[in-house]
Design a protein around this ligand. Structure first.
Ligand SMILES: Cc1cc2nc3c(=O)[nH]c(=O)nc-3n(C[C@H](O)[C@H](O)[C@H](O)COP(=O)(O)OP(=O)(O)OC[C@H]3O[C@@H](n4cnc5c(N)ncnc54)[C@H](O)[C@@H]3O)c2cc1C
Length: 482
């Protein structure tokens, strides 16, 4: 490739204790946690709100946060969901049971509510937030970052800081620094598809739910049961029958058997997680751009599908598609530890775990084929789904890029194999990782301990003091490593 080189002088900002790149569930939780612990924290975010996929991506349901017996997710994430509940930002069917106890149950919410709550939490904690600001380069010395280059309407700026958290989802900062990363499509021959999510109005939810409860013999909920207890999976099965018919009728331009479904987020509002964009490589701008255009076209096909084929959706109105592509898989760091499927199957808990979780491995079909759909269903519903009362741990060391001094990741770009990534890439886990990374950065500043050799006993104590649910009985000053 031909190259072009240029140099220019750019303004230098005052030094921060911590710069967080990306304001999704991972980055927002990291910045809020660090600022609450007294760190001078800057959060830079490319869009105009925090929440990432949960807001700009219109992914408007938190994945399961309990295992049927106990709530697993504490700390900042629990504060977020409980505050949203009190303020009426969760779906009208949602009760605290959803996140405090229920098994494999999603908690739908309205994206505007998440935006507002994260704004409030950040302001209260004293986080300096810069929207419409992108991280574009890094100034690195060995395995230590001195500063980053950001760009916004004011042009380029150099921002020096003591510590950095990469919460971009795509490991943008880690990659720019030269930290080792794994890339879907480069290191694997397949990439999980993306989805462009949509928000809808005009849905008759009462009808949708009562049809789901009464007409689905295969449902987990007994026929005629309380519609509020019919979860998304049950509805999805009802809609699955309609989907089969629509596919047979040739309604869709692609034969996609997997429809994650429509979540109720308001009295007549719904959010669609559906319509896969296969072979999308979100690390390539051309692929991402083509994917956005295809996603918008597909969203119209799903709107018409619901209107024509599913009772209760006759008056559906498509409000909008999301402004961010729903990306499931791109780049992950190679951390001090890479959590793997054997750990998951053993329901392994770690002395340095910063969270516990119960979600199934959720690797969407890689292609629009019946075989891939069957593979997904088998894995997600049976083989790779922890049971009631089970949990497994998320160790600190998957947030520490191998050998790095003052760099952490939070959220989707953590260190895991493809299967475990398919479980913990979701919002509640991302937020737990964010709180841990933010807390670790503050500990590192106070003690001089590097990210790759942090005293994890101290970290776990700090996290527990701030509400994290960490039930391990053993502790260790040293982290889990490969
Ligand atoms: C279609 C789809 C459906 C999903 N469904 C669910 C679900 O039902 N429940 C659930 O809990 N999870 C779900 N997930 C997973 C979940 O939404 C994400 O994995 C999670 O949001 C990851 O959090 P994060 O903070 O790592 O990244 P993100 O939420 O992706 O946030 C990253 C943020 O970083 C910003 N950013 C990126 N690069 C830069 C840069 N260079 N400079 C500045 N800012 C930058 C982005 O604008 C974004 O706001 C779904 C994901 C997809 C794609």
């Amino acid at each position: 490739m031909e190259t072009f080189s240029f140099s220019r002088e750019i303004p230098v900002d005052a030094e921060y204790d911590l710069v967080v790149a990306g304001g999704g569930p991972g980055g927002a939780a990291a910045a809020i946690s660090a600022a609450r612990l007294g760190a001078k924290t800057l959060l830079i975010e490319g869009t105009g709100s925090m929440g990432g996929m949960g807001t700009s991506g219109l992914v408007t349901a938190f994945d399961p946060m309990a295992n049927g017996e106990e709530g697993l997710v504490g700390g900042v994430m629990r504060e977020i969901v409980e505050t949203m509940y009190k303020r009426g930002f969760l779906g009208p069917q949602v009760t605290p049971e959803f996140w405090r106890r229920a098994y494999h149950r999603w908690t739908p919410f309205r994206p505007e509510g998440l935006k507002l709550i994260l704004d409030e939490f950040a302001i209260e904690a004293g986080v300096e937030v810069r929207f419409f600001t992108r991280l574009i380069d890094a100034d690195v010395d060995g395995n230590k970052i001195n500063g980053v280059v950001v760009n916004n309407i004011e042009g380029h700026h150099y921002v020096p800081a003591k510590t950095f958290i990469d919460a971009t989802g795509d490991a943008v900062l880690a990659d720019l620094c030269g930290a080792e990363c794994r890339e879907a499509g480069r290191d694997t021959d397949r990439i999980m598809p993306g989805s462009l999510c949509s928000l809808f109005a005009g849905i008759d939810w009462k009808r949708v739910l009562s049809e789901a409860a009464k007409s689905n013999p295969d449902t987990d909920a007994p026929a005629g049961s309380d519609p509020a207890k019919v979860d998304n999976w049950d509805k999805q099965k009802v809609h699955g029958e309609a989907l089969k018919k629509a596919l047979a009728d040739g309604h869709f331009t692609q034969y996609d058997r997997f429809l994650p479904g429509m979540f109720q987020v308001g009295s007549s509002m719904g959010n669609l997680n559906g319509g896969h964009i296969f072979d999308l490589n979100a690390l390539r701008c051309d692929s991402l751009s083509d994917g956005m255009m295809l996603g918008r076209r597909i969203a119209m096909e799903y709107t018409e599908f619901y209107r024509k084929y599913v009772p209760g959706f006759e008056g559906i109105e498509h409000a909008t598609t999301s402004s961010l592509m729903g990306v499931r898989e791109t780049r992950r760091i190679v951390g001090e530890y890479e959590i793997n499927y054997e750990d998951f199957k053993a329901r392994r808990e770690f002395p340095d775990q910063i969270g516990v979780f119960n979600k199934a491995v959720d690797i969407h079909p890689y292609e629009a084929s019946e075989e891939e759909y069957e593979r997904f269903v088998k894995e997600f519903r049976n083989e790779a789904r922890p049971g009631v009362g089970e949990r497994y741990g998320i160790p600190y060391s998957i947030l520490a890029p191998k050998g790095w001094i003052n760099l952490w990741v939070a959220g989707r770009c953590h260190s895991a194999d493809v299967q475990v990534h398919g479980s913990i890439r979701v919002m509640p886990a991302a937020a737990m990782m964010g709180q841990a990374a933010g807390t670790a950065a503050v500990q590192s500043i106070k003690t001089g301990q590097p990210a790759c050799d942090l005293d994890t006993e101290m970290l776990i104590e700090n996290l527990r003091e701030n509400g994290a649910y960490l039930p391990q009985n053993t502790s260790s000053k040293t982290m889990t490593r490969n």
